[in-house]
Write a protein that binds this ligand. Structure first.
Ligand code: FES
Ligand code: FES
Length: 156
């Protein structure tokens, strides 16, 4: 089954043809060319593919593409400002050495974004809890948590 559908992607309306059985990750990467969202496990276990849908961080590798009809989807490509300046979370990840190989980074940042949008000043436990589904094989968890804390402190 194929269906034309519309949704908001990084603040812009998009119209695409989505297939039954297609994941949101496939739609983003293969149809829409947004390669910032990564595929790790492909099974909802690692968080590399995390995007934000209507304020919720979710694993796009197991989320049906057709489910985002009418929704607002934010990917890592939607974070930098139009002039290219980085989002405070991106800046904090760089500044705190939270990016090693970088494969998990888009997912980590999108989980953190959903957290900070809902809770601008989370405690460390809340940050760790929000990121627990995002695995980092480079084991940079300390720096990642510090980066999210720093970004939260900068938020008005
Ligand atoms: S690639 Fe989606 S959770 Fe691992
Ligand atoms: S920075 Fe390499 S997997 Fe996290």
């Amino acid at each position: 089954m194929k269906r034309d559908m519309e949704f908001m992607l990084n603040g812009q309306p998009v119209r695409v043809e989505a297939r039954g059985g297609q994941t949101l990750l496939q739609l983003l990467r293969d149809e829409l060319g947004l390669k910032g969202t990564k595929e790790g496990c492909g099974a909802g276990e690692c968080g590399a593919c995390t995007v934000v849908v209507d304020g919720q961080a979710l694993a796009s590798c197991i989320y049906p593409a057709l489910e985002v009809e009418g929704a607002s989807v934010t990917t890592i490509e939607g974070l930098a400002a139009p002039d290219g300046s980085l989002h405070p979370l991106q800046e904090a990840f760089v500044k705190h050495g939270a990016v090693q190989c970088g494969f998990c980074t888009p997912g980590q940042i999108m989980s953190a974004k959903a957290l900070l949008d809902a809770n601008p000043h989370p405690g460390e436990d809340e940050i760790r809890s929000a990121l627990e589904g995002n695995l980092c094989r480079c084991t940079g968890y300390h720096q990642i948590v510090e980066a999210v804390k720093a970004a939260a402190e900068e938020k008005p």
